[in-house]
Design a protein around this ligand. Structure first.
Ligand SMILES: Nc1nc2c(ncn2[C@@H]2O[C@H](COP(=O)(O)OP(=O)(O)OP(=O)(O)O)[C@@H](O)[C@H]2O)c(=O)[nH]1
Ligand SMILES: [Mg+2]
Length: 407
């Protein structure tokens, strides 16, 4: 009993200790949430470069725990952002050659039109209907394949059918697909492509998408680490120069321009010289699609081309003709005229997203024997795709993912 005060004392001490150890510990979470509050100083900083940040922080912050760890992470990301993000501020420009699914999506209109009509001829039939060639002819002609190419394809199919090489409709479909692949596989001239600077002259009638294609290519090549320069060779419209400047700013590419109404040849000459002096990797030269003078457009472009050659031997290394796929047979006629006047190294077919008759690709390749190099499937930078014949044929003739899965 004499020990009672001691016992009570010990109990009290233990109780006090327990209180401090247990309850105080539990109270710790309070300071924890305060940590982010006490660290908001870097937070506003992280918001400051808002336009650049999303690209970096998006993949870095997939979990909602952003609040806890990010102050240092965000700060670190922020430091490294400017260099990485500046070029990729535009949507991802580089196109995977194997991205058939994306290509298929971009070609949805043609798949739903031209290709769906072709398929309908074959669907549910194993035996070859004697009228099959007429049916194919009708679809091809109304899908901008063009008379010459349509007849050539049909001739080859007829020949093979007469030789009994095509046993059923599956074989005819495969033969048609092989024809498309053969026509689209035009060899690309490669001899000048390693030049530095590589001078690319973009030509075509008005509104086909020359300036937009230049912007898209500049975005792609800039993202590939190339030093790109632009020449505003369309000196007839102030708006044309401005349009190019918008792309130039976006990409961070210098735009060489002249005064309104200046001689486009002079601008192209100066730009070519500058691209050599400035050690640019690529110079993209825009041209007018329509002239407000009596000078013939083709003569003017020929002059521009010659002037570029005077500034740099062997340039331009590429002369790309831009064609609007929605203009059908007109596109074919224009292309033939340009080919006659200029030595074309490639074609760019734009607005394929806007036509259900993508057959023009076949016609233009077959008649001109100039390779399609790029196709435009929309207005955004990433909508320009490098043309790969095999992928294109697969995207058109291949089964949908759903169909393939069901098969
Ligand atoms: N849907 C779609 N639109 C495109 C494509 N390419 C270009 N365009 C649009 O076509 C229009 C004309 O494009 P521009 O690049 O100005 O054509 P341009 O050949 O430079 O025209 P001019 O300078 O007048 O000779 C613009 O509204 C572009 O956004 C494409 O692949 N798909
Ligand atoms: Mg233009």
């Amino acid at each position: 009993m004499d020990n009672l005060p001691i016992v009570i004392g010990v109990v009290v001490v233990v109780a006090v200790l327990a209180y401090f150890l247990f309850f105080r510990k539990k109270a710790l979470p309070e300071p924890a949430p305060k940590t982010p509050e006490s660290a908001p100083t870097p937070a506003p900083k992280a918001e400051a470069p808002a336009p650049k940040k999303p690209e970096v922080s998006a993949p870095a912050a997939p979990t909602p725990s952003v609040e806890e760890t990010p102050p240092p992470a965000a700060a670190a990301a922020e430091e490294s952002v400017p260099e990485i993000v500046a070029p990729s501020a535009e949507p991802p420009p580089v196109v995977s050659k194997k991205d058939v699914a994306g290509l298929r999506k971009g070609l949805a209109a043609t798949r739903g039109g031209f290709m769906a009509r072709l398929k309908a001829i074959f669907t549910g039939k194993k035996e070859i209907d004697p009228a099959i060639l007429e049916q194919l002819e009708e679809v091809m002609l109304t899908s901008d394949v063009g008379v010459k190419t349509t007849q050539a394809i049909l001739e080859r199919l007829r020949d093979r059918m007469n030789k009994s090489e095509l046993a059923d409709t599956d074989a005819v479909w495969a033969a048609l697909r092989a024809e498309a692949a053969r026509i689209l596989s035009v060899p690309v001239p490669t001899e000048k492509r390693s030049s530095k600077p590589l001078v690319v002259l973009m030509v075509g009638v008005n509104g086909v998408g020359k300036t937009t294609t230049i912007g898209k290519l500049a975005t792609k090549w800039n993202a590939d680490g190339k030093n790109v320069m632009l020449a505003a060779g369309d000196t007839f419209r102030a708006a044309a120069v401005q349009q190019l400047e918008v792309w130039g700013k976006r990409v961070g590419a210098e735009v060489v321009k002249g005064k309104e109404g200046a001689d486009p040849g002079a601008v192209a000459f100066e730009a070519t010289k500058k691209s050599v002096e400035g050690k640019a990797d690529i110079l993209l030269v825009d041209t007018a699609g329509r002239l407000h003078t009596k000078v013939n457009l083709m003569d003017e472009i020929k002059k521009v081309k010659k002037t570029i050659g005077k500034a740099l031997d062997g340039a331009p290394h590429e002369t790309l003709l831009v064609i609007d796929a929605t203009t059908g047979q007109n596109a074919l006629t224009q292309a033939a005229l340009f080919k006659e006047a200029l030595e074309l190294t490639g074609l760019v077919l734009t607005k394929l997203d806007g036509t259900a008759k993508g057959g023009v690709v076949l016609g233009v390749c077959d008649e001109l024997k100039v390779p399609v190099r790029y196709i435009g499937l929309g207005e955004r930078a990433e909508d320009l795709r490098e043309f790969v014949a095999a992928d294109f044929v697969e995207a058109l003739f291949g089964k949908d993912d759903d169909e393939a899965a069901a098969a």
